[in-house]
Design a protein around this ligand. Structure first.
Ligand code: S3P
Length: 429
C-alpha cells in the first residue's frame, strides 16, 4: 500500500525514461539465437525484462554486465541447452509467449511457469500455431501455464492469419519460423507492434523478411548480432509523463530519446485528437527504429471516440487514456477492448472500478469503456490488482486529483517502470 498526494508544482524541464520493454525482450532473445557479440545499452531494469534475462541464462545464454552495458554473446540457432528445471517467467506474458516460440524449435523438453496472474492468461493462442509447426505442448486445463514443451528440429513452415491482435503471438510464430525448414507467411490484419520484424531485418538482413500489405514472410537461417544496440526510451513509459503534463496546470515537459515507432504511438495520436498541446520531433539520424523527443503541455481536452482499429497501437495505454478522459470535456468512448480482459488483470473492469472510486464516471459497455468528463477526481483507496499498468495510470490520476490516494500493491509498478511513482512525486512536490 502506498499513499500518493497531489503535487503543488507543475511538471517542467526534460527527462528520459527507461529503455523500451518490448524491444529489450527481443534484443535478448534474438541476440541469444544469433552469432557474434553485442553490447546492449539502456536495457531497462524492470521485472519483466529481468524474467527474460534469467530464463535465457538458464538456457545457456552468455550475458555479462560491463559498466552500463550488458554484453551478450550469441549461441546461434542450435547453441542453447535444455534447462535443468522449470523456467520462471514471473509476471511477463512476453517472456512466456516468446520463449514458447524459441523453445518450439529447439530439440529438448522445457517447462515454463509464471506467477498467479500469468498462470491465468490464455496460452492456446500460441501453442496452437506452434503445434501446427510440429512442436508438442501440454498446458494446464488445456489453456494455461505451467506449460510443458517438446521442441522439434527443424519445425515445418506455416501459413497463418493471426486470429487475435497480439504481437506476442506473432513474435512467437516468427521465432519458431526462424527454426523451420522453409518460408513462413503470417498475416497480421491488426497492425500490431512490429519490433520483431524490424530486429530480424537488422540481424538477418532486409531480404530475409518480406512485407506485402499485412503479410509478413520470413526466410529461416542464421542471425548476426550488431556490435552495439542502444534501446530507445519506452513510449509506454513516456506516456505517463505526457499525460501528467497535459493534466497538471502550468506544465511543459519534454521526454527525450523516445521510441517513435508508429505501431506504438496510438496514445499520443489520440491525445492530439483530444486537443493536447504535444510536439513530437524525430531525430534526423536514421536507425532501425525511429527515435525522438516528446514535449507535452497542459491543455484543455475534449472527449473523443476511439474505434477498435486504433487499439493495437495503444493497447497498454488504455487505463491511462481513461484517466485522461476523466478530465476531458464530453464523452470519450474507447472501443474494441476484449483483449484487456486477459492482460495482467481484467483491465477493463479494474480501470472502471478504480476511476469510479476516485469520483470518475466510467462505464464498461460490452467491450468498450465509456467515460464522461470533465470530473474532478478526489483521492480515495484504489485497487491495482497487482497490475503495473494500473498502478502507473492511477498514480497519474492521483497526481492530478484533490486529496490523498492510497494504491494497493503499488510496488508492482516496477514490473515495467521502477522509480516512476517516486520520480512523479519528487517532480511535483
Ligand atoms: C507486447 C505485446 C502486447 C502488449 C505487451 C507487450 C510485446 O501484448 O500488451 O505489453 O512486447 O509483444 P499482446 O501481444 O498480448 O497484445
Amino acid at each position: 500500500m502506498r499513499k500518493l498526494s497531489p503535487g503543488s508544482r507543475p511538471l517542467k524541464g526534460t527527462l528520459e525514461v527507461p529503455g523500451d520493454k518490448s524491444i529489450a525482450h527481443r534484443a535478448l532473445i534474438l541476440g541469444s539465437l544469433a552469432e557474434g557479440e553485442m553490447r546492449i545499452l539502456s536495457l531497462p531494469a524492470g521485472g519483466d525484462v529481468r524474467s527474460t534475462r534469467d530464463c535465457l541464462s538458464r538456457l545457456g545464454a552468455d550475458l555479462s554486465p560491463d559498466g552500463e552495458a550488458l554484453v551478450l554473446r550469441g549461441r546461434g540457432l542450435s547453441g542453447l541447452k535444455a534447462p535443468a528445471g522449470p523456467l520462471d517467467c514471473g509476471n511477463s506474458g512476453t517472456t512466456m509467449r516468446l520463449l514458447m516460440g524459441l523453445l518450439a524449435g529447439q530439440g529438448g523438453e522445457a517447462v515454463l511457469t509464471g506467477d498467479p496472474s500469468l498462470s491465468r492468461r490464455p496460452m492456446r493462442r500460441v501453442s496452437e500455431p506452434l503445434t501446427l509447426m510440429g512442436a508438442a505442448f501440454e498446458l494446464a486445463e488445456d489453456a494455461h501455464a505451467p506449460i510443458r514443451i517438446r521442441g522439434r528440429r527443424p519445425l515445418s513452415p506455416l501459413e497463418y492469419r493471426l486470429p487475435v491482435p497480439s504481437a506476442q503471438v506473432k513474435s512467437a510464430i516468427l521465432l519458431a519460423a526462424l527454426q523451420a525448414d522453409g518460408e513462413t507467411t503470417l498475416d497480421d490484419p491488426f497492425g500490431t507492434r512490429d519490433h520483431t520484424e524490424r530486429m530480424l531485418r537488422l540481424m538477418g538482413g532486409p531480404e530475409r523478411v518480406r512485407l506485402e500489405g499485412t503479410r509478413i514472410t520470413l526466410r529461416p537461417g542464421p542471425l548476426r548480432c550488431p556490435a552495439e544496440l542502444r534501446i530507445p526510451g519506452d513510449p509506454s513509459s513516456a506516456a505517463y509523463w505526457a499525460a501528467a503534463a497535459s493534466l497538471i496546470p502550468g506544465s511543459a515537459l519534454t521526454v527525450k530519446g523516445v521510441l517513435l515507432n508508429p505501431t506504438r504511438m496510438g496514445l499520443f495520436d489520440v491525445l492530439r485528437d483530444m486537443g493536447a498541446r504535444l510536439n513530437i520531433r524525430q531525430q534526423a539520424a536514421p536507425s532501425w527504429e525511429p527515435v525522438g523527443d516528446i514535449r507535452s503541455e497542459h491543455s484543455r481536452l475534449v472527449g473523443v471516440r476511439v474505434p477498435a482499429a486504433r487499439i493495437p497501437a495503444l493497447v497498454d495505454e488504455v487505463p491511462l487514456l481513461a484517466v485522461i478522459a476523466c478530465a476531458a470535456h464530453g464523452e470519450t468512448r474507447i472501443e474494441g477492448l476484449a483483449e484487456l480482459r486477459v492482460k495482467e488483470s481484467d483491465r477493463l473492469k479494474a480501470t472502471a472500478d478504480g476511476l469510479n472510486a476516485l469520483g470518475g464516471e466510467v462505464r464498461v459497455a460490452d467491450d468498450a469503456l465509456v467515460i464522461q468528463g470533465p470530473r474532478l477526481l478526489r483521492g480515495a483507496a484504489v485497487e491495482t490488482h497487482g497490475d503495473h499498468r494500473l498502478a502507473l495510470a492511477f498514480a497519474v490520476a492521483a497526481a492530478a486529483a484533490e486529496g490523498t490516494t492510497t494504491l494497493s500493491d503499488a510496488e508492482c509498478a516496477a514490473v515495467s517502470y521502477p522509480g516512476f511513482l517516486e520520480a512523479l512525486e519528487a517532480r511535483t512536490a
